[in-house]
Design a protein around this ligand. Structure first.
Ligand SMILES: [Zn+2]
Length: 488
């Protein structure tokens, strides 16, 4: 029966074709990726592990400080160069600053591999070329700083105009978070090698380097005296312009102040009054207070290379040296960062904070894992700080710090520290300091301006401080609201 035979034949061919098509589909579509991958694995030779993208630094609000989208890691205008540090151009690992401290965390990102397609004898196959493979994604950590990017930009611009050598620090008075920090001279973090032979030490972070504090140390003398006896605030002092201690004669630069209150003694930085105060306290009590306010110990918990400074041992301080110490001269060195911390304790009612630059780590989804930090510890009575704040306000209102005044109300202290060196024309070189806080009625911000060999505190450092504090209260990076209110 031809019709029946034809049907069987048809069925046979259809089935055969169906099975063939199925096998074809199976290998071509279902298993194709697997096959290809297996073939690739066998035939790829890794040529190099390429610059794995580092994690970024972001500011306290999540804005980029480093950014690979800018083409170079640090961009055309690098920020907080001494704090961030740089990566070694050779191996791409952090070589200085936070880049070095957090190197392991920043490196834990996705890597890329350059590979070549090879044959069974591992000879590269012609025409197939090289391939860039991305390794499986792991979480990239970003380091979230306490720095406010906008404020840091302002402070960098001020430093570019006003600082040859020196440092600027801005702190949150209550938490000790560093909101901006810069040092001059600076270097290019993309090309650190170009700066190795410079004589002006551009790699030195001057904010972490200790210098003689000059009259800024009078704040410590004041704190020791008021903790001992709060009524000392109301005492009157007789200033004859000079005071002899042992074989040394100390003088007030402006001549005799006559009968003077403690507040005016600070406002006009009267040396003889503070020498009387210091001699009355004794070295033991004065140096113990200095230590309590953080002199001689590092101010941060998360920075390497901090200079703890010098504080003489209390044991054997002859009177002339104690007199010298009382006006911030002699064997005494304090860093701008330590000075900022000391002023923060006065500004916030008596708590010495541990300064910090890093809030924590942020994962790829913007979640912050905050680092734990010790809470600020009480070092001064509230009453003591109230007196010192009032006196520091006087320094700016009518004393040596008038050039730092702002409408929101500023309090501070000038410092002019002898270096024992002279310039080419024989004039003695001095460091210029200004440390203070604002707004005076509800202080949230502390700033320190330090100018190495920069002249006098009142004329050189105070105007720079004014610019820095004006930018700070205008930006109000902590969102306090109070900072924009006029000091009426
Ligand atoms: Zn005087």
């Amino acid at each position: 029966m031809p019709q029946r035979r034809f049907f069987i034949l048809h069925l046979f061919f259809s089935l055969s074709f169906g099975i063939l098509a199925g096998r074809l589909f199976w290998w071509q579509w279902v298993k194709a990726d697997d096959l290809a991958a297996r073939a690739c694995r066998q035939r790829l030779a890794v040529l190099a592990v390429l610059g794995r993208p580092r994690g970024e630094f972001i500011d306290r609000h999540g804005r980029p400080i480093t950014d690979r989208m800018m083409g170079t890691r640090y961009g055309p205008r690098p920020l907080a160069v001494h704090l961030i540090g740089y990566v070694n151009p050779g191996d791409g690992r952090g070589a200085a600053g936070l880049e070095e401290i957090y190197d392991d965390l920043l490196c834990r990102g996705p890597g890329r591999v350059m590979a070549a397609v090879v044959d069974a004898r591992r000879e590269p196959l012609r025409g197939l070329g090289r391939r860039l493979l991305r390794l499986p994604l792991t979480e990239t950590a970003a380091v979230r700083l306490t720095i406010d990017r906008q404020l840091q930009e302002k402070v960098e611009a001020i430093a570019d105009r006003r600082l040859q050598k020196g440092a600027i620090v801005v702190l949150a008075a209550h938490t000790g978070e560093i909101l901006a920090m810069t040092s001059r001279p600076c270097f290019d973090p993309e090309h650190p090698g170009d700066y190795l032979n410079r004589k002006d030490a551009p790699f030195l972070n001057r904010a972490l380097t200790a210098y003689p504090p000059g009259s800024l140390f009078k704040l410590t003398v004041l704190a020791a005296a008021l903790e001992e006896r709060p009524a000392a605030f109301w005492d009157l002092y007789e200033d004859e312009g000079t005071v002899a201690v042992g074989a040394s004669l100390f003088r007030c630069p402006e001549g005799s102040h006559g009968l003077i209150t403690l507040a005016d003694a600070l406002a006009f930085s009267c040396n003889t009054t503070f020498i009387h105060l210091g001699l009355g306290l004794g070295a033991e009590r004065l140096l113990r207070m200095a230590e309590r306010l953080g002199c001689g110990v590092p101010a941060t918990a998360d920075l390497a290379g901090e200079d703890p400074g010098d504080l003489p041992a209390a044991g054997n301080v002859p009177p002339a040296e104690l007199a010298n110490l009382s006006i911030g001269q002699g064997r005494l060195r304090i860093s701008p960062l330590q000075m900022a911390r000391l002023v923060a304790a006065v500004a916030n009612g008596g708590y010495l904070p541990t300064l910090r630059t890093v809030l924590g780590l942020e994962d790829g989804r913007g979640r912050l894992k905050a680092f734990p930090f010790p809470p600020p510890r009480r070092v001064l009575r509230e009453e003591t700080t109230r007196y010192i704040r009032a006196m520091m306000a006087g320094v700016v209102r009518y004393g040596t710090g008038r050039a730092a005044a702002l409408p929101c109300g500023v309090a501070g202290k000038t410092g002019t520290a002898q270096t024992g060196r002279r310039d080419r024309d024989g004039r003695s070189l001095t460091h210029a300091w200004f440390a203070g806080f604002a707004p005076v009625k509800d202080p949230h911000y502390v700033a320190v301006v330090f100018l190495e060999d920069g002249g006098a505190g009142g004329t050189a450092a105070a105007p720079v401080f004014r610019e820095v504090m004006a930018a700070t209260v205008a930006l109000d990076p902590l969102g306090t609201g109070t900072a924009t209110v006029d000091g009426t």
